[in-house]
Design a protein. Structure first.
Length: 266
């Protein structure tokens, strides 16, 4: 890994916790010049401090995916300061724990603003700098429920499914510009995503899902992602046995809907 990523400029969102934090530490340890972003400045400071102890290079660019005002300027500043942007890993996002019938439209819009528009805004801001620099690698984080519907995830699932269409188009349109594209598809990972998931009133769920507790660690998830990036995989599966649901949905759709229909809303 060190030979591949040493000296590379890698921008990671969602960098103050979970998979994003694990990726920051992994790339910093590999000798990359990491740009770490999230809406939690104190969390970013903690992560940067831990990387500094490992002699890792981490620069902080805090911003909120829900408010991308000035994102083009941030991308320009990073590109000018670092000389280039080799990789953009869109990890940041938010989940949902509410039935469709109880989800007000403003909450659908909020989740879409963070997960979809925030992600593509940064991607569009970084893309010209990658093209002018001779290419780069862009990744976006979907989910297994970005491939199928799932109870209490209507807006979340929709926002993640939208990313597939955008990033597949990005790959097709800019292949000749040496732009590589990967979509990350996590299943169960031991992160705080369910704790911060939004309920029907917009408040945090505040609970760790039972299935998530038994998921892979963030360090294992980062390993799987990095291995997929090294191989330039268009879709990178992250997780364990729960990923079988993707094959069930594809090859045995009737069975999938029976299984999903038995899931009790939390």
């Amino acid at each position: 890994m060190k030979d591949i990523f040493t000296g590379k400029v890698v921008w990671i969102t969602g960098a103050s916790s979970g998979i994003g934090e694990a990726l920051v530490k992994a790339f910093a340890a590999a000798g990359s010049r990491v740009i770490a972003s999230s809406n939690n400045p104190s969390g970013l400071e903690r992560v940067a401090g831990e990387c500094a102890a490992m002699k890792g290079s981490v620069a902080l660019v805090p911003f909120d995916l829900e408010d991308t005002t000035g994102i083009e300027e941030k991308a320009r500043e990073v590109a000018e300061r670092e000389g280039r942007i080799d990789m953009l890993l869109n990890i940041g996002g938010i989940s949902q724990r509410a039935l469709l019938k109880d989800t007000p439209l403003w909450l659908d819009r909020k989740i879409m603003e963070i997960n979809y528009f925030g992600t593509i805004a940064l991607t569009k801001a970084v893309l010209p700098h990658m093209i002018s620099g001779g290419g780069g690698h862009i990744a976006a984080t979907s989910s297994i429920s970005g491939r199928f519907g799932f109870p209490m995830r209507s807006a979340y699932s929709a926002s993640k499914q939208a990313l597939h269409g955008f990033f597949e188009t990005l790959l097709i349109e800019h292949r000749n510009d040496n732009i590589r594209v990967s979509v990350l598809i996590p299943g169960r990972v031991q992160t705080a995503i369910s704790l911060h998931a939004l309920t029907s009133d917009g408040k945090e769920h505040g609970k760790m899902d039972d299935g998530q507790k038994g998921g892979v660690t963030t360090e294992k998830a980062a390993e799987q992602i990095i291995r997929g990036l090294q191989r330039n995989k268009r879709e990178i599966l992250v997780g364990s046995t729960e990923l079988l649901m993707l094959k069930i949905r594809k090859y045995l759709p009737s069975l999938f809907f029976r299984i999903a229909g038995r899931i009790k809303p939390m």
